[in-house]
Design a protein around this ligand. Structure first.
Ligand SMILES: *[C@@H]1O[C@H](CO)[C@@H](O)[C@H](O)[C@H]1NC(C)=O
Length: 242
């Protein structure tokens, strides 16, 4: 009896160890296991600011936009905002809250790659959680993000202070990379210079200034300050399959 019980126990233990070993082998790498950062209700917004949203010129926002707790949205017209426009309303406040959650989640992740450069221009990167050698980061030319055929692969850039782009800079998505999986966590403010063609979610602790003629497919979130636009095109990101 005792012997049988003992072997049953050993057998069960062996089965458990085998199962855990097999599970361990089948388990995806750490960056894929990390909880995905999600935009929640902010995903349908092109721009959501804490204090004010202002535009000059022919800005065209084809998604939602808003402010919370501020209530100042100016420049439409002459700009057009064809989605919901919420000045301090519930949907704007929910979006702003979801931006804060995304910011905190992105900020809390452990980097998988410490970049050796502060300028993303010229780089081709796979999904990952990236840190920089300086508190700030820039984009001078083209950043290419390679989805490596993984529709759930997220690209998360952890920037301690400012992010700025040069005129004519762009983000290219290749091999299954999706704008909805691209996050810039910006610890102070973002300055997007003219004619930048951007993609993704820009989560700025303070404010976001977008220069003339620049575009973004994704969401601009200013958690404590303003968003100012000039002749910009803000369009929808496809929703991710995560
Ligand atoms: C994209 O990633 C895949 C998988 O790692 C690789 O085979 C391919 O060469 C990469 N493409 C570019 C342009 O870097």
């Amino acid at each position: 009896m005792k012997g049988t019980h003992f072997s049953a126990c050993r057998l069960a233990l062996l089965a458990l160890i085998t199962a855990q070993y097999a599970f361990g082998l089948a388990h995806p790498p750490i960056e894929k296991r990390a909880l995905p950062v999600l935009m929640g209700s902010a995903a349908t917004f092109g721009a959501i600011a804490a204090s004010s949203l202002s535009s000059s010129g022919a800005t065209a926002i084809t998604v939602d936009c808003g402010t919370c707790p501020g209530t100042s949205i100016t420049g439409f017209p002459p700009g057009t905002a064809s989605g919901a426009k919420s000045a301090g309303g519930t949907i704007a406040c929910n979006a702003e809250a979801d931006c804060l959650t995304a910011y905190n989640n992105a900020a809390g992740l452990t980097p998988t790659t410490a970049l050796g450069v502060s300028d993303l221009g010229g780089l081709t990167l796979p999904p990952g959680i990236y840190s920089f050698p300086t508190s700030w980061a820039t984009l001078s030319t083209t950043l290419t993000l390679n989805g490596t055929a993984d529709p759930n692969g997220q690209f998360i850039f952890q920037i301690t202070t400012t992010y700025s782009t040069s005129s004519g800079s762009q983000v290219l998505l290749i091999n299954g990379a999706q704008a909805c999986n691209l996050y810039f966590k910006i610890g102070s403010s973002a300055t997007i210079i003219s004619a930048s063609a951007l993609q993704g979610n820009y989560l700025a602790y303070t404010s976001i200034t977008v220069g003339e003629g620049s575009s973004n497919q994704g969401t601009l979130c200013a958690l404590n300050g303003a968003i100012s636009l000039i002749d910009n095109a803000l369009t929808a990101q496809t929703s991710c399959s995560t």
